[in-house]
Design a protein around this ligand. Structure first.
Ligand SMILES: [Zn+2]
Length: 300
């Protein structure tokens, strides 16, 4: 079986027609570099029926989904693959309510699985922005964001955004981080995690950026009502419209996962051919998420 490429839903259903085919797809990714037992790290074993591996070291039989984000998916792998396909290839956000209806999954179950997909979309932080980078802060949520009660929280959440532009001022990549306030301390992590010290950075005149000039090449200029940061504000508008599809109450921790999903799609938009496969691959490599972890985060 080949790697699935592109965004064509008919080809997708044809190539991955049932749970069995999806399991085979996962097994191929999981053991592409050979078998390594998740219990004892032994590398000798044999394949068993049902895309499982029998470890000769400890006799453990490991399934293709064990230790991946597909572990214990209750509604079947094909539906899970469909959710990943929707989330990784469509340009509009889909709420867990819509996703639940589309694939006949309970809304809560769909939401929980979608959080796992979002986890895999989190940046690896391996490829910092290197060209022209515009940085600004903004808020999301609050009454003015939503129309007719569609805002997702009564309190505004603060965020900082970094947009990489090429010399023609076209948007290349974007990172967004949820922050507590606009202090230099809160603004520093997005620089450390996502911006190369060699990048040419432009911010507005906010004093919170001044201490960062020691480590980064930062030019501070007047925003001129956003006119000097046109591309950046286009992305913020897109992000705000994207967030309108998300649930009414979103904790600070969860809002970051929606930011990650948004950025993943923008940053992958030039790689539409491989985006589904890459997402599945990340979900296979990622550590499993347990219900209690996600639930605990709700109260944060
Ligand atoms: Zn073993």
């Amino acid at each position: 079986m080949e790697v699935f490429k592109g965004q064509n839903i008919l080809s997708f259903v044809k190539e991955l027609p049932n749970d069995e085919a999806c399991k085979a797809y996962l097994a191929k990714i999981k053991w592409q570099d050979g078998f390594k037992c998740m219990k004892c790290d032994h590398t000798k074993g044999c394949e068993k029926a049902g895309y499982r591996y029998h470890c000769y070291g400890c006799n453990h039989v490991e399934s293709a989904t064990a230790n991946t984000l597909f572990h214990k998916v209750k509604f079947g792998l094909q539906k899970a693959f469909c959710v990943v396909f929707e989330m990784s290839t469509s340009t509009k956000s889909v709420s867990s309510i819509q996703m639940g209806k589309r694939f006949d999954i309970r809304q809560g179950t769909a939401w929980y699985f979608m959080q796992k997909v979002r986890k895999s979309m989190k940046s690896s932080q391996k490829y910092p922005l290197t060209e022209i980078v515009h940085v600004d802060e903004f808020t999301v949520g609050g009454k003015e964001e939503g129309k007719q009660g569609r805002s997702y929280d009564s309190k505004k959440k603060k965020a900082v955004i970094a947009v990489e532009l090429n010399v023609k001022h076209q948007i290349k990549r974007v990172y967004v981080k949820s922050i507590d306030d606009y202090s230099a301390k809160s603004l520093t992590p997005i620089f450390e995690e996502h911006i190369s010290p060699s990048a040419k950075i432009v911010t507005d005149k906010w004093r919170g950026y001044a201490p960062l000039k020691k480590s980064y090449d930062i030019e501070q200029k007047l925003s001129n009502n956003g006119r000097n940061f046109k591309e950046l504000h286009v992305v913020i508008m897109q992000l705000k419209s994207w967030l309108r599809a998300i649930p009414t109450h979103v904790s600070k921790w969860h809002v970051q996962s929606y930011f990650d999903e948004f950025c993943f799609r923008i940053n992958r938009s030039q790689f539409k051919q491989s985006v589904f496969h890459k997402t599945i691959e990340r979900m296979v490599i990622a550590k499993p998420v347990y219900h209690k972890d996600v639930k605990q985060r709700l109260s944060v």
